[in-house]
Ligand binder design. Structure first.
Ligand SMILES: C[S@@+](CC[C@H](N)C(=O)[O-])C[C@H]1O[C@@H](n2cnc3c(N)ncnc32)[C@H](O)[C@@H]1O
Length: 280
């Protein structure tokens, strides 16, 4: 019998969600089986209520027959919240402690895994340009969700996000003004096209796809929190195999290497900012 966290039997809905995840994998290859359940169940419940579906079993019936519908459903399973210079201390540590080491490389490759709508990759591009490294860096910005990647490659955001972006930029140790890198109008702000030149946006699934080779830095923030421990370990191994020796790993503020098998392969550059360096 399947059990919930506190040892109780799973509810009918919980069992149906388990079956649904298995069915999506078997039928279409979408693998959410090792995502943590709390967020996943909330997303399924919301999709059902938005689409007036009463039972997860009915949803399953539809999704295994209709690929288009399934793609739409799967997009709704991921949480895509992000921001420019989110958790500014992270960028401050990159600027002050990682950039000096990256300067010695003739060519710099950075992978942003789970980049959502792209703000994180543009923030890094701004930072690299300010530090004079824009021309010799390539940023690979990937996500499982093709819809957010479309938005990312446009680089157009709602103006209401601008004030927090400006503040974050300043707190991250930005050297000039964010407005030097964006143009504002029609209730939108637009990323300077020059910042896009060194970014490649492409679809990549951390659960089923392969290594991205020889990176100097891998950044994957606020993605592992949605994964169960075993999947976290698997994905961290993927990052490890994608990183050069001495390369840097950046995680989200709520994520950690602690007690995971990969812990001892990294030294902390700044534990609280979640910036690590591969040493093994
Ligand atoms: C909360 S957002 C984080 C965005 C950004 N990294 C940040 O910290 O602001 C999580 C992103 O991870 C992506 N994601 C979830 N599962 C994924 C997977 N298996 N492979 C790649 N990306 C995934 C989601 O589509 C979503 O865009």
């Amino acid at each position: 019998m399947g059990q919930g966290k506190n040892g109780d039997p799973l509810s009918e809905f919980e069992v149906e969600v388990e079956c649904l995840m298995q069915a999506l994998y078997l039928r279409w290859g979408y693998d959410f089986r090792e995502y943590s359940r709390a967020s996943l169940r909330r997303r399924v419940a919301r999709y059902m209520s938005d689409n007036q579906i009463l039972r997860a079993a009915d949803l399953q019936h539809e999704l295994i027959r209709d690929k288009k519908r399934c793609v739409h459903f799967v997009r709704g399973l991921t949480v895509n919240v992000t921001d420019m210079f989110r958790d500014p201390v992270f960028y401050k540590v990159i600027r002050e402690q990682v950039i000096p080491e990256l300067r010695s490389h003739p060519f710099i490759k950075i992978w942003h895994a789970g980049c959502s709508t792209g703000e994180e990759a543009y923030s890094m591009s701004i930072l690299l340009h300010e530090e004079g490294l824009g021309e010799r860096a390539v940023i690979y910005a990937t996500d499982i969700n093709s819809q957010v990647l479309d938005q990312a490659s446009k680089g157009v955001y709602h103006e209401k996000m601008l004030s927090s972006a400006r503040e974050n930029y300043k707190d991250s140790g930005g050297k000039s003004k964010l407005d030097d890198f964006v143009s504002v109008g029609y209730e939108r702000f637009l990323i300077d096209p020059g910042l896009k030149k060194n970014i490649v946006f492409t679809q990549h699934d951390l659960v089923t796809d392969q290594v991205f080779g020889e990176m100097q830095m891998v950044i994957c923030r606020n993605v592992l929190i949605y994964f169960r421990r075993e999947l976290q370990t698997k994905v961290l191994t993927l990052f490890h195999n994608s990183l050069d020796m001495g390369g840097f790993l950046g995680l989200g503020i709520k994520e950690s290497l602690r007690s995971l098998p990969n812990e001892f392969r990294y030294k902390a550059i700044d534990e609280s900012a979640r910036v690590f360096q591969r040493v093994d």
